[in-house]
Design a protein around this ligand. Structure first.
Ligand code: LLP
Length: 431
């Protein structure tokens, strides 16, 4: 199976963390997001342990909560002793409502409003990740009004394209996020930050992309960032103590995706960072990473009930399910690959080529094209695997479809982490 928390039980049904998915679909109804809490914790622990061991005591992962945001997630992350990255006042509110220790939260975003900045300071946010000079001014002003110095990381663009592993300066410098090193603007911004009494410039942040399967692009980014740390030290005598390398490693969605050994990659990256720091004669800063996908994706799956099965003669067969782009928009947006199975008979020969369609009034509402399944019939339970990241988080109410519940599995038990939206919920704000 794709991941070790997946199996087929004695009843011949697909199981997640040992729990019968067909039974869970009956109990909670479909569509249904399932998440394996122990798996989330294991993923956290791999990053926590490896980063501490290979990168030093102060180095640690913080959860990119955009990947999966609801109160119970923040509670799990807090229990694991991890910080979190948040990107909006809504995420901030959710973390705070969950009792998340806000000093462990890092506030991202390329356009924080004055109200967002006030709000974040009201709840005692630990760090702002400041995108640009305007924001720096606004954070400084807000901090001065409160008589404090706000800890910040500056978001910089190192000019790396992780997928070609070449430094495509124009492409990545030209980004809506951060301030470019290459153009000289980053150094100017640092000098400016250092002149502001309400700002404590603790570190730098960069994010080079998502779904990266090895550490080489991170090494390339780290090298540019560390060189820039040296530049700033020479120019201003200011030592940067924290380097945040952004999102985490990639995840296996289909058999063809590589298996990524996170620990080995963190070890490899740590060795390179040590070498580069020695070459540059700088003290190694604490390293942060912001994994989202690799913390939650493989803990999750989505269950649907098969409805109509329709073959267009000479073309293809559409298998429609009771969810769709409203609970998983990633194929419509990115043509993302997913593995689909019939959960009630995963071992039957997969000899039927299916295009899995959702129920929205939109022809692009496709979950996956041309996947091999046993010939589905109305009432089968269809499982789409590895949907723990960016599925619930990106869900919508298009066509007034309520969002499915999120059910967590923990130690052989199941509980509701997010309840199913009702039709009343959909009308809650309608006047
Ligand atoms: N940090 C920053 C600044 C980011 O922009 C992101 C992702 C992360 C961390 C987390 O990256 P991860 O570890 O999850 O790869 N909605 C898309 C992904 C967009 C990711 C944007 N930023 C998807 O469904 O694939």
């Amino acid at each position: 199976m794709l991941h070790k928390n997946l199996s087929v039980n004695e009843a011949g049904h697909l199981a997640l963390a040992g729990m019968d998915t067909v039974e869970l679909a009956k109990k909670y109804g479909t569509p249904l997001y399932l998440m394996d809490e122990n798996r989330i914790r294991e993923n956290c622990k791999i990053y926590i342990d490896a980063m501490r061991k290979y990168m030093g005591e102060g180095s640690r992962p913080i959860f990119a909560s955009k990947a999966c945001c609801f109160k119970r997630m923040y509670a799990i992350i807090a229990e694991m002793g991890m910080g979190t990255d948040i990107v909006s006042p809504g995420e901030l509110y959710t973390a705070n409502a969950a009792g998340f220790p806000m000093e462990e939260a890092f506030f991202h975003g390329n356009n924080k409003t004055d109200a967002d900045i006030e709000y974040a300071m009201n709840v005692g946010i630990g760090h702002f990740i400041v995108d640009n000079q305007e924001e720096l001014d606004a954070v400084n002003a807000c901090a001065l009004r409160r008589g404090l110095r706000q800890k910040i990381l500056l978001r910089l663009t190192p000019g790396i394209d992780p997928h070609t592993q070449k430094k495509i300066s124009t492409g990545k410098v030209d980004s809506k996020f951060g301030t470019a090193i290459e153009t000289g603007q980053a150094l100017e911004l640092c000098k400016y930050a250092l002149s502001l009494p309400g700002i404590e410039l603790e570190g730098f942040h960069c994010h080079i992309g998502s779904q990266i399967f090895d550490y080489y692009p991170f090494r390339d980014a780290a090298e540019i960032m560390l060189r820039f740390i040296r530049t700033l030290l020479d120019a201003c005598g200011h030592e940067i103590r924290t380097l945040n390398l952004g999102g985490g490693f990639g995840v296996r969605y289909v058999e063809n995706d590589p298996v990524v050994d996170y620990e080995a990659n963190i070890r490899g990256l740590a060795e390179e960072i040590r070498r580069i720091c020695a070459e540059l004669s700088i003290r190694q800063p604490d390293i942060l990473m912001e994994p989202g996908r690799s913390i939650v994706a493989d803990s999750g799956m989505t269950l649907y009930t098969v409805g109509s099965v329709k073959t267009i003669t000479g073309y293809k067969s559409y298998v429609s399910v009771d969810g769709g782009m409203t609970d998983n928009i990633r194929y419509a947006l990115y043509e993302s690959d997913y593995t689909a199975l019939l959960a009630n008979r995963p071992k039957d020969p997969a000899d039927f080529c299916a295009t899995i369609a959702g129920r929205c009034c939109e022809s692009g509402d496709i979950i996956q094209e041309d996947v091999m399944l046993p010939r589905p019939v109305r009432g089968d339970t269809l499982a789409v695997l590895v949907t723990g990241a960016y599925n619930y988080a990106m869900a919508s109410n298009y066509n007034r479809i309520p969002r499915p519940p999120v059910v967590m599995i923990r130690d052989g038990d199941d509980y509701i982490a997010v309840r199913k939206e009702s039709y009343e919920d959909l009308c809650r704000n309608d006047m």
